[in-house]
Design a protein around this ligand. Structure first.
Ligand code: APR
Ligand code: ZN
Ligand code: ZN
Length: 391
């Protein structure tokens, strides 16, 4: 099958009416309905989404587990790839017909943070689950077909729709030879795989022979494991309360497993025993304070580093006494794997397509877009890593 082509002139500058999966309330099944998608304004890009998938952060927002979910109706979703339908005034480096990945953690390129090589944060387009409109004018580019009421955005992206509008800071052009098969896989670079692999490569800088513990073997945790495997880690310990996750994880390079439910002592004690005092790196990929405490305690004194990837709900505070840091255990968080999206993702995509990172294992299911609620069920029940939805 060839790649999807667009005839930009048909829709350019016009409102597009298309299907979207709209959230109307916390935990309520998404409704596939017609919405209006307005043309991109200055420095904005309208994208025809080709594939999207569900990340745990969409699940949390859908369930109303964090502050994000006080704005309805809303279009969730932040992991996707697509083709540019049209661009607004002043967009230079992305053109109609380009294959792109949307970025929930944007890179404006001009702010103090974007100019700093030591961070991938952006003052204007950083991660903010509360934000529900466009930066340019605080309005939405989605409205209802009857009455033109606003439909809110999510995480700078909103990908559970046939068309979306994002700021040009939140889109990255895919370089190299892209065919249908690789394009599908690159959807994962929009969040899960970049977040996990990048945490191992950029945030922790895992080196060969390092020992690693990954708490939570969803797509994010397994992407960390894949990043560690690619760097030559000697031991990758996977921890999960769902033993079904171990089958896939073993195929993907995790070497040792712990199910906390099978143990009568804390996980960190087991890890210290397995590794002569603790691992070099632990990664918290669950979003649970007890898990974080175990991850922190499982690294070696003197140098061990814990990287937080899980999203923790308010009012949770860090479950660590300040004096414990004097033992030389360190803790840090990683957003989007430390990648500056627009600057770094093209090379990362190339590395993935060259096989440095294996992407195939992450897509466990594929469904048509209209079955998005089924895809949510698969994630809730722990059966899927990523279910790719075809639009
Ligand atoms: N101990 C160990 N593992 C746990 C625990 C626990 N107490 N609770 C849940 N898990 C496991 C689940 O069984 C599942 O395999 O954590 C895994 C989470 O995976 P997913 O639900 O697939 O989530 P994922 O998309 O990988 O995201 C993980 O990173 O980006 C954040 O918001 C995201 O907090 C989430 C985390
Ligand atoms: Zn995500
Ligand atoms: Zn910026």
């Amino acid at each position: 099958m060839g790649l999807e082509q667009l005839s930009p002139n048909d829709t350019k500058g016009k409102i597009i009416t298309c299907r979207a999966a709209v959230a109307h309330g916390a935990g309520e099944a998404l409704v596939i309905e017609k919405v209006k998608v307005h043309p991109p304004q200055k420095k904005e890009v309208r994208i025809k989404i080709l594939f999207t998938s569900i990340c745990h952060t969409d699940l949390s927002a859908w369930l109303g587990e964090n502050e994000a979910q006080r704005a309805y109706p809303r279009i969730l979703g932040h992991e996707a790839c697509g083709i540019v339908e049209s661009v607004g005034e002043g967009v230079k480096d992305v053109n109609e017909g380009d294959y792109v990945v949307p970025l929930f953690n944007g890179e404006c390129g001009h702010c103090k943070l974007c100019k700093c090589p030591h961070t991938n944060m952006c003052q204007h387009f950083g991660v903010n689950p509360m934000k529900k409109d466009m930066v340019a004018d605080g309005a939405t580019r989605f409205t209802t077909v009857d009455g033109g009421k606003p439909i809110y955005h999510f995480l700078n992206t909103s990908t559970f729709t046939e068309y979306t509008v994002v700021d040009s800071a939140c889109v990255v052009k895919l370089s190299g030879l892209i065919d249908q098969h690789s394009l599908k896989k690159l959807t994962l670079l929009s969040c899960g795989v970049s977040t996990g692999v990048g945490a191992a490569w950029n945030t922790a800088n895992v080196q060969s022979d390092a020992t690693v513990a990954v708490f939570g073997l969803g797509a994010v945790g397994l992407a960390v494991a894949e990043g560690a495997r690619a760097r030559g880690a000697s031991k990758i310990i996977g921890i999960d309360i769902n033993p079904d996750k171990f089958i896939k994880a073993r195929e993907m390079g995790v070497t040792d497993f712990i199910n906390p439910k099978d143990e009568d002592k804390p996980v960190y004690e087991i890890i210290r025993e397995m590794t002569g005092g603790g691992v070099d790196f632990s990664f918290e990929c669950v979003g649970n304070a007890d898990v974080l405490r175990n991850a922190f305690s499982s690294v070696h004194e003197g140098w061990g580093l814990t990287v937080i990837l899980g999203i923790h709900t308010t009012p949770q505070m860090l479950p660590i006494h300040p004096m414990e840091l004097f033992d030389g255990r360190r803790v840090i968080a990683s957003v989007f794997g430390g990648f500056k999206g627009r600057s770094h993702l093209p090379l990362f995509a190339k590395q993935c397509l060259q096989g440095m990172v294996k992407l195939d294992g992450f897509i466990t299911h594929e469904l048509p877009f209209k079955e998005i609620n089924k895809a949510f069920d698969l994630l809730v029940s722990g059966k899927s890593l990523r279910c790719l939805l075809h639009l």
